[in-house]
Design a protein around this ligand. Structure first.
Ligand code: SAH
Length: 391
Protein backbone atom coordinates (compact mmCIF):
# COMPACT_ATOMS: atom_id res chain seq x y z
CA UNK A 1 0.00 0.00 0.00
CA UNK A 2 1.34 3.42 -0.93
CA UNK A 3 0.99 6.01 1.77
CA UNK A 4 -0.82 9.20 0.79
CA UNK A 5 2.43 11.11 1.02
CA UNK A 6 4.34 8.74 -1.23
CA UNK A 7 1.52 8.64 -3.73
CA UNK A 8 1.52 12.39 -3.88
CA UNK A 9 5.28 12.79 -3.92
CA UNK A 10 6.22 9.95 -6.20
CA UNK A 11 4.04 11.49 -8.88
CA UNK A 12 6.01 14.67 -8.41
CA UNK A 13 3.14 17.02 -9.01
CA UNK A 14 0.31 16.35 -6.61
CA UNK A 15 -1.16 13.41 -8.46
CA UNK A 16 -4.45 12.60 -6.79
CA UNK A 17 -4.82 9.24 -5.07
CA UNK A 18 -7.55 7.05 -6.49
CA UNK A 19 -9.76 5.80 -3.64
CA UNK A 20 -11.80 3.44 -5.82
CA UNK A 21 -9.59 0.43 -5.12
CA UNK A 22 -9.04 1.01 -1.39
CA UNK A 23 -10.43 -1.65 0.91
CA UNK A 24 -11.54 -0.70 4.43
CA UNK A 25 -8.10 -1.13 6.02
CA UNK A 26 -6.45 0.92 3.29
CA UNK A 27 -9.16 3.59 3.47
CA UNK A 28 -8.76 3.86 7.26
CA UNK A 29 -5.03 4.26 6.79
CA UNK A 30 -5.66 7.01 4.25
CA UNK A 31 -7.95 8.94 6.60
CA UNK A 32 -5.55 8.56 9.48
CA UNK A 33 -2.73 9.95 7.31
CA UNK A 34 -4.77 13.03 6.52
CA UNK A 35 -5.67 13.41 10.23
CA UNK A 36 -9.32 12.49 9.90
CA UNK A 37 -11.38 10.09 11.99
CA UNK A 38 -11.56 6.50 10.89
CA UNK A 39 -15.39 6.40 10.64
CA UNK A 40 -14.96 8.58 7.55
CA UNK A 41 -13.50 5.52 5.85
CA UNK A 42 -16.80 3.66 6.23
CA UNK A 43 -18.82 6.65 5.04
CA UNK A 44 -16.73 7.16 1.93
CA UNK A 45 -16.62 3.44 1.17
CA UNK A 46 -20.43 3.33 1.24
CA UNK A 47 -20.75 6.35 -1.01
CA UNK A 48 -18.36 4.92 -3.56
CA UNK A 49 -19.50 1.31 -3.67
CA UNK A 50 -23.08 1.29 -2.45
CA UNK A 51 -24.26 4.54 -4.00
CA UNK A 52 -21.93 4.42 -7.00
CA UNK A 53 -20.79 8.01 -6.41
CA UNK A 54 -17.59 9.35 -7.99
CA UNK A 55 -17.86 12.96 -6.84
CA UNK A 56 -17.02 13.98 -3.28
CA UNK A 57 -19.52 16.86 -3.54
CA UNK A 58 -22.35 14.31 -3.44
CA UNK A 59 -21.25 12.80 -0.13
CA UNK A 60 -23.85 14.66 1.90
CA UNK A 61 -23.02 13.23 5.32
CA UNK A 62 -19.38 14.30 4.99
CA UNK A 63 -18.60 17.85 6.14
CA UNK A 64 -18.11 20.45 3.45
CA UNK A 65 -14.55 21.14 4.56
CA UNK A 66 -13.60 17.51 4.29
CA UNK A 67 -15.28 17.17 0.90
CA UNK A 68 -13.20 20.08 -0.34
CA UNK A 69 -10.03 18.65 1.18
CA UNK A 70 -10.72 15.26 -0.42
CA UNK A 71 -11.38 16.73 -3.83
CA UNK A 72 -7.94 18.38 -3.74
CA UNK A 73 -5.95 15.26 -2.92
CA UNK A 74 -8.07 12.34 -4.02
CA UNK A 75 -10.33 11.10 -6.78
CA UNK A 76 -12.64 8.20 -7.57
CA UNK A 77 -11.63 7.15 -11.02
CA UNK A 78 -12.79 4.19 -13.08
CA UNK A 79 -11.83 3.28 -16.63
CA UNK A 80 -14.01 4.72 -19.37
CA UNK A 81 -16.56 2.46 -21.05
CA UNK A 82 -15.92 2.43 -24.77
CA UNK A 83 -18.47 -0.15 -25.78
CA UNK A 84 -21.51 -1.89 -24.34
CA UNK A 85 -22.88 -4.90 -26.23
CA UNK A 86 -25.95 -6.96 -25.44
CA UNK A 87 -26.35 -10.52 -26.64
CA UNK A 88 -29.66 -12.11 -27.55
CA UNK A 89 -29.57 -14.21 -24.37
CA UNK A 90 -29.29 -11.12 -22.11
CA UNK A 91 -25.51 -11.30 -21.64
CA UNK A 92 -23.90 -7.85 -21.59
CA UNK A 93 -20.28 -7.13 -22.39
CA UNK A 94 -18.43 -3.91 -21.62
CA UNK A 95 -15.16 -2.87 -23.18
CA UNK A 96 -13.22 -0.50 -20.94
CA UNK A 97 -10.33 1.73 -21.94
CA UNK A 98 -7.13 1.69 -19.88
CA UNK A 99 -3.89 3.57 -20.39
CA UNK A 100 -1.43 3.07 -23.23
CA UNK A 101 -3.92 1.73 -25.78
CA UNK A 102 -4.96 -1.25 -23.62
CA UNK A 103 -8.51 -2.26 -22.88
CA UNK A 104 -10.28 -4.99 -20.92
CA UNK A 105 -13.61 -6.71 -21.13
CA UNK A 106 -16.14 -7.52 -18.43
CA UNK A 107 -19.22 -9.68 -18.93
CA UNK A 108 -22.54 -9.87 -17.09
CA UNK A 109 -24.38 -13.18 -17.43
CA UNK A 110 -27.97 -13.14 -16.19
CA UNK A 111 -29.68 -16.40 -15.31
CA UNK A 112 -33.02 -17.14 -13.70
CA UNK A 113 -31.69 -17.42 -10.19
CA UNK A 114 -28.49 -15.40 -10.33
CA UNK A 115 -26.45 -12.83 -12.20
CA UNK A 116 -22.75 -13.47 -12.66
CA UNK A 117 -20.15 -10.86 -13.45
CA UNK A 118 -16.99 -12.20 -15.08
CA UNK A 119 -14.07 -9.85 -14.48
CA UNK A 120 -10.43 -9.58 -15.53
CA UNK A 121 -7.36 -9.36 -13.31
CA UNK A 122 -4.61 -8.56 -15.82
CA UNK A 123 -4.22 -6.92 -19.22
CA UNK A 124 -3.69 -10.05 -21.27
CA UNK A 125 -2.15 -13.14 -19.75
CA UNK A 126 1.37 -14.53 -19.55
CA UNK A 127 0.46 -18.19 -19.14
CA UNK A 128 0.11 -19.06 -22.82
CA UNK A 129 -2.49 -21.87 -22.55
CA UNK A 130 -2.93 -23.04 -26.14
CA UNK A 131 -6.73 -23.20 -26.08
CA UNK A 132 -7.27 -19.65 -24.73
CA UNK A 133 -7.59 -16.67 -27.03
CA UNK A 134 -6.44 -14.22 -24.33
CA UNK A 135 -3.11 -16.06 -24.32
CA UNK A 136 -2.64 -15.27 -27.99
CA UNK A 137 -2.64 -11.58 -27.18
CA UNK A 138 0.34 -11.72 -24.84
CA UNK A 139 0.66 -9.80 -21.60
CA UNK A 140 0.95 -6.15 -20.72
CA UNK A 141 0.53 -5.57 -16.98
CA UNK A 142 -1.39 -6.31 -13.81
CA UNK A 143 -4.61 -4.44 -13.20
CA UNK A 144 -4.63 -2.19 -10.13
CA UNK A 145 -7.13 -2.94 -7.36
CA UNK A 146 -9.08 0.11 -8.60
CA UNK A 147 -9.27 -1.33 -12.12
CA UNK A 148 -10.39 -4.70 -10.79
CA UNK A 149 -13.16 -3.37 -8.54
CA UNK A 150 -14.07 -0.76 -11.16
CA UNK A 151 -15.48 -3.57 -13.29
CA UNK A 152 -18.02 -4.30 -10.56
CA UNK A 153 -18.60 -0.62 -9.83
CA UNK A 154 -19.22 0.11 -13.51
CA UNK A 155 -21.44 -2.94 -14.05
CA UNK A 156 -23.65 -1.95 -11.09
CA UNK A 157 -23.97 1.59 -12.40
CA UNK A 158 -24.71 0.45 -15.94
CA UNK A 159 -27.23 -2.16 -14.84
CA UNK A 160 -28.95 0.53 -12.82
CA UNK A 161 -29.12 2.73 -15.89
CA UNK A 162 -30.51 -0.18 -17.91
CA UNK A 163 -33.09 -0.88 -15.24
CA UNK A 164 -34.13 2.77 -14.96
CA UNK A 165 -34.47 2.83 -18.76
CA UNK A 166 -36.94 0.03 -18.37
CA UNK A 167 -39.00 2.29 -16.07
CA UNK A 168 -38.21 0.32 -13.00
CA UNK A 169 -38.72 2.37 -9.87
CA UNK A 170 -36.06 0.73 -7.73
CA UNK A 171 -33.17 2.95 -6.85
CA UNK A 172 -31.02 0.72 -4.68
CA UNK A 173 -27.93 -0.73 -6.20
CA UNK A 174 -28.80 -4.29 -5.27
CA UNK A 175 -32.33 -4.14 -6.57
CA UNK A 176 -33.51 -7.12 -8.52
CA UNK A 177 -34.94 -5.92 -11.73
CA UNK A 178 -36.80 -8.15 -14.09
CA UNK A 179 -36.64 -7.25 -17.70
CA UNK A 180 -37.65 -9.63 -20.46
CA UNK A 181 -37.85 -12.32 -17.83
CA UNK A 182 -34.20 -11.84 -16.89
CA UNK A 183 -33.06 -10.65 -13.49
CA UNK A 184 -30.53 -7.88 -13.70
CA UNK A 185 -28.57 -8.11 -10.51
CA UNK A 186 -25.03 -9.09 -9.69
CA UNK A 187 -25.18 -11.97 -7.22
CA UNK A 188 -21.91 -13.69 -8.17
CA UNK A 189 -18.47 -12.52 -9.27
CA UNK A 190 -16.00 -14.80 -11.03
CA UNK A 191 -12.40 -13.85 -11.80
CA UNK A 192 -12.49 -15.77 -15.07
CA UNK A 193 -11.89 -12.96 -17.52
CA UNK A 194 -8.49 -11.98 -18.81
CA UNK A 195 -5.42 -12.86 -16.79
CA UNK A 196 -4.22 -15.10 -14.00
CA UNK A 197 -5.54 -13.68 -10.69
CA UNK A 198 -2.91 -15.39 -8.56
CA UNK A 199 -0.11 -13.67 -10.47
CA UNK A 200 -1.63 -10.36 -9.31
CA UNK A 201 -2.38 -11.47 -5.80
CA UNK A 202 -2.11 -8.24 -3.77
CA UNK A 203 -4.42 -6.24 -6.01
CA UNK A 204 -6.87 -9.13 -6.42
CA UNK A 205 -7.02 -9.64 -2.65
CA UNK A 206 -7.72 -5.94 -2.01
CA UNK A 207 -10.51 -5.92 -4.62
CA UNK A 208 -11.96 -9.15 -3.19
CA UNK A 209 -12.04 -7.57 0.27
CA UNK A 210 -14.30 -4.90 -1.21
CA UNK A 211 -16.52 -7.52 -2.85
CA UNK A 212 -17.05 -9.22 0.50
CA UNK A 213 -17.25 -6.10 2.72
CA UNK A 214 -20.77 -5.24 3.90
CA UNK A 215 -19.85 -1.57 3.59
CA UNK A 216 -19.15 -2.15 -0.10
CA UNK A 217 -20.75 -5.03 -2.07
CA UNK A 218 -21.39 -7.54 0.72
CA UNK A 219 -21.21 -10.64 -1.46
CA UNK A 220 -20.88 -13.96 0.35
CA UNK A 221 -17.58 -15.80 -0.03
CA UNK A 222 -19.40 -18.64 -1.75
CA UNK A 223 -20.42 -16.25 -4.51
CA UNK A 224 -16.98 -14.84 -5.27
CA UNK A 225 -14.81 -17.25 -7.23
CA UNK A 226 -11.13 -16.92 -8.07
CA UNK A 227 -10.21 -19.04 -11.06
CA UNK A 228 -6.60 -20.13 -11.37
CA UNK A 229 -4.44 -22.25 -13.63
CA UNK A 230 -2.70 -23.36 -10.42
CA UNK A 231 0.01 -21.06 -9.10
CA UNK A 232 0.71 -23.34 -6.14
CA UNK A 233 2.66 -21.02 -3.80
CA UNK A 234 0.19 -18.17 -4.35
CA UNK A 235 -2.70 -20.50 -3.50
CA UNK A 236 -1.17 -21.06 -0.11
CA UNK A 237 -0.81 -17.30 0.44
CA UNK A 238 -4.35 -16.71 -0.79
CA UNK A 239 -5.60 -19.02 1.94
CA UNK A 240 -4.03 -16.76 4.53
CA UNK A 241 -5.35 -13.50 3.06
CA UNK A 242 -8.87 -14.13 1.89
CA UNK A 243 -11.54 -16.70 1.93
CA UNK A 244 -13.55 -17.24 -1.24
CA UNK A 245 -14.59 -19.98 -3.65
CA UNK A 246 -11.93 -21.41 -5.91
CA UNK A 247 -12.00 -22.74 -9.45
CA UNK A 248 -9.01 -24.72 -10.63
CA UNK A 249 -8.47 -24.85 -14.39
CA UNK A 250 -7.28 -28.43 -14.38
CA UNK A 251 -8.22 -29.49 -17.93
CA UNK A 252 -6.29 -32.77 -17.84
CA UNK A 253 -6.16 -35.96 -15.76
CA UNK A 254 -2.36 -36.29 -15.85
CA UNK A 255 0.80 -34.20 -16.19
CA UNK A 256 1.61 -35.52 -19.65
CA UNK A 257 -1.53 -34.01 -21.17
CA UNK A 258 -1.58 -30.96 -18.91
CA UNK A 259 2.02 -30.05 -19.80
CA UNK A 260 0.92 -29.64 -23.41
CA UNK A 261 -2.14 -27.45 -22.82
CA UNK A 262 -1.30 -25.52 -19.62
CA UNK A 263 2.45 -24.69 -19.77
CA UNK A 264 2.38 -23.58 -16.11
CA UNK A 265 2.04 -27.27 -15.26
CA UNK A 266 5.74 -27.77 -15.99
CA UNK A 267 6.47 -25.45 -13.07
CA UNK A 268 3.70 -26.60 -10.75
CA UNK A 269 2.63 -30.14 -11.60
CA UNK A 270 -0.82 -31.49 -10.76
CA UNK A 271 0.13 -33.14 -7.46
CA UNK A 272 1.63 -29.89 -6.14
CA UNK A 273 -1.37 -27.85 -7.25
CA UNK A 274 -3.93 -30.23 -5.73
CA UNK A 275 -1.92 -30.25 -2.52
CA UNK A 276 -2.04 -26.41 -2.47
CA UNK A 277 -5.81 -26.56 -3.04
CA UNK A 278 -6.19 -28.96 -0.13
CA UNK A 279 -4.21 -26.53 1.99
CA UNK A 280 -6.41 -23.66 0.80
CA UNK A 281 -9.63 -25.41 1.83
CA UNK A 282 -8.18 -27.12 4.87
CA UNK A 283 -11.00 -29.65 4.74
CA UNK A 284 -13.71 -27.01 4.79
CA UNK A 285 -15.81 -26.43 1.70
CA UNK A 286 -19.05 -25.75 3.49
CA UNK A 287 -19.11 -22.00 3.00
CA UNK A 288 -17.18 -21.82 -0.23
CA UNK A 289 -17.05 -23.93 -3.33
CA UNK A 290 -14.26 -25.82 -5.02
CA UNK A 291 -14.83 -26.18 -8.75
CA UNK A 292 -12.64 -28.15 -11.11
CA UNK A 293 -12.78 -26.67 -14.61
CA UNK A 294 -12.15 -28.96 -17.52
CA UNK A 295 -12.22 -27.67 -21.08
CA UNK A 296 -13.34 -30.36 -23.53
CA UNK A 297 -10.83 -30.62 -26.38
CA UNK A 298 -11.53 -33.24 -29.05
CA UNK A 299 -8.95 -36.02 -29.08
CA UNK A 300 -6.79 -34.32 -26.45
CA UNK A 301 -8.36 -34.84 -23.02
CA UNK A 302 -11.85 -36.19 -23.68
CA UNK A 303 -11.60 -40.02 -23.82
CA UNK A 304 -13.43 -42.36 -21.46
CA UNK A 305 -10.03 -43.37 -20.10
CA UNK A 306 -9.31 -39.70 -19.34
CA UNK A 307 -12.62 -39.43 -17.45
CA UNK A 308 -11.85 -42.50 -15.35
CA UNK A 309 -8.34 -41.22 -14.67
CA UNK A 310 -9.78 -37.86 -13.58
CA UNK A 311 -12.18 -39.59 -11.22
CA UNK A 312 -9.27 -41.38 -9.53
CA UNK A 313 -7.11 -38.24 -9.44
CA UNK A 314 -9.77 -36.20 -7.65
CA UNK A 315 -10.66 -38.85 -5.11
CA UNK A 316 -11.19 -37.30 -1.70
CA UNK A 317 -11.13 -33.75 -3.15
CA UNK A 318 -14.38 -32.07 -2.05
CA UNK A 319 -15.04 -30.62 -5.49
CA UNK A 320 -17.62 -30.20 -8.22
CA UNK A 321 -16.60 -30.60 -11.83
CA UNK A 322 -17.47 -28.12 -14.55
CA UNK A 323 -17.00 -29.40 -18.10
CA UNK A 324 -16.49 -26.46 -20.45
CA UNK A 325 -17.16 -27.01 -24.15
CA UNK A 326 -14.16 -25.48 -25.94
CA UNK A 327 -15.01 -22.18 -27.61
CA UNK A 328 -13.12 -22.17 -30.86
CA UNK A 329 -11.23 -19.19 -32.25
CA UNK A 330 -9.21 -18.81 -35.47
CA UNK A 331 -6.02 -20.90 -35.70
CA UNK A 332 -6.32 -22.34 -32.20
CA UNK A 333 -5.52 -25.78 -33.54
CA UNK A 334 -8.15 -27.30 -31.24
CA UNK A 335 -11.70 -28.50 -31.72
CA UNK A 336 -14.48 -28.87 -29.24
CA UNK A 337 -15.42 -32.43 -28.26
CA UNK A 338 -18.70 -33.74 -29.65
CA UNK A 339 -21.69 -33.28 -27.36
CA UNK A 340 -22.07 -37.05 -27.18
CA UNK A 341 -18.47 -37.36 -25.96
CA UNK A 342 -18.99 -34.61 -23.37
CA UNK A 343 -22.13 -36.34 -22.08
CA UNK A 344 -20.33 -39.67 -21.81
CA UNK A 345 -17.46 -38.00 -19.95
CA UNK A 346 -19.98 -36.44 -17.60
CA UNK A 347 -21.74 -39.78 -16.98
CA UNK A 348 -18.49 -41.49 -15.98
CA UNK A 349 -17.68 -38.75 -13.47
CA UNK A 350 -21.24 -38.73 -12.23
CA UNK A 351 -21.20 -42.49 -11.65
CA UNK A 352 -17.90 -42.09 -9.79
CA UNK A 353 -19.77 -39.79 -7.37
CA UNK A 354 -18.90 -36.29 -8.63
CA UNK A 355 -21.40 -33.50 -9.10
CA UNK A 356 -20.60 -32.69 -12.73
CA UNK A 357 -22.04 -29.90 -14.84
CA UNK A 358 -21.65 -28.97 -18.47
CA UNK A 359 -21.20 -25.22 -18.73
CA UNK A 360 -23.67 -23.50 -21.00
CA UNK A 361 -22.06 -21.19 -23.47
CA UNK A 362 -23.39 -17.68 -23.06
CA UNK A 363 -23.17 -14.50 -25.09
CA UNK A 364 -21.78 -16.26 -28.14
CA UNK A 365 -23.12 -13.67 -30.57
CA UNK A 366 -21.02 -10.94 -28.89
CA UNK A 367 -17.89 -13.07 -28.31
CA UNK A 368 -18.44 -13.09 -24.56
CA UNK A 369 -17.94 -16.79 -23.93
CA UNK A 370 -15.08 -18.39 -21.94
CA UNK A 371 -11.69 -17.73 -23.43
CA UNK A 372 -13.12 -15.20 -25.87
CA UNK A 373 -12.58 -12.14 -23.72
CA UNK A 374 -10.02 -10.25 -25.65
CA UNK A 375 -9.99 -6.51 -25.04
CA UNK A 376 -6.86 -4.98 -26.47
CA UNK A 377 -3.43 -5.83 -25.18
CA UNK A 378 -0.29 -4.00 -26.12
CA UNK A 379 1.90 -7.06 -25.74
CA UNK A 380 5.01 -6.56 -23.64
CA UNK A 381 5.86 -10.21 -23.34
CA UNK A 382 7.56 -10.21 -26.75
CA UNK A 383 6.23 -13.64 -27.54
CA UNK A 384 5.99 -14.35 -31.22
CA UNK A 385 2.39 -15.05 -32.07
CA UNK A 386 1.49 -16.88 -35.20
CA UNK A 387 -2.09 -15.64 -35.01
CA UNK A 388 -3.64 -12.37 -34.06
CA UNK A 389 -7.08 -12.31 -32.61
CA UNK A 390 -9.09 -9.35 -33.71
CA UNK A 391 -12.34 -8.28 -32.31
N1 SAH B 1 -6.19 -17.70 -15.64
C1 SAH B 1 -7.35 -18.15 -14.95
C2 SAH B 1 -8.62 -17.40 -15.31
C3 SAH B 1 -8.93 -17.09 -16.76
S1 SAH B 1 -9.57 -18.31 -17.79
C4 SAH B 1 -7.54 -19.64 -15.14
O1 SAH B 1 -6.75 -20.24 -15.87
O2 SAH B 1 -8.41 -20.22 -14.50
C5 SAH B 1 -11.16 -18.74 -17.24
C6 SAH B 1 -11.58 -20.14 -17.67
O3 SAH B 1 -11.91 -20.21 -19.08
C7 SAH B 1 -10.49 -21.15 -17.45
O4 SAH B 1 -10.94 -22.34 -16.94
C8 SAH B 1 -9.97 -21.31 -18.84
O5 SAH B 1 -9.20 -22.43 -18.94
C9 SAH B 1 -11.24 -21.29 -19.66
N2 SAH B 1 -11.02 -21.06 -21.09
C10 SAH B 1 -10.05 -20.34 -21.67
N3 SAH B 1 -10.15 -20.38 -23.01
C11 SAH B 1 -11.21 -21.14 -23.30
C12 SAH B 1 -11.85 -21.53 -24.52
N4 SAH B 1 -11.39 -21.13 -25.71
N5 SAH B 1 -12.94 -22.31 -24.44
C13 SAH B 1 -13.42 -22.69 -23.24
N6 SAH B 1 -12.87 -22.35 -22.06
C14 SAH B 1 -11.78 -21.58 -22.09
Amino acid sequence: MDSVETSINSAGNNKKVNLLGYDLAHMKEFFSEIDEKSFRAVQVLKWIHQSGVDDFAQMSNVSQDLRLKLSKIAEIKAPEIIMEQKASDGTIKWLMRLDGGNSIETVFIPEDNRGTLCISSQVGCALDCGFCSTAKQGFNRNLTSAEIIAQLWIAYRQLRIISSDSNDESKTINALVKKNGVKRDITNVVLMGMGEPLLNLDNVVEAVHLMLDDHAYGLSKRRVTISTAGVAPALKRLGEECDVSLALSLHAPNDKIRDTIVPLNKKYPISEVLEACRFYFNGNTKKKQFIIEYVMLAGINDSEKNARELAVLLKKMPCKINLIPFNPFPNSGYECSKMQTINRFKDILHKAGYVTMIRKTRGEDIDAACGQLAGKVIDKSRRVHSVSVTH
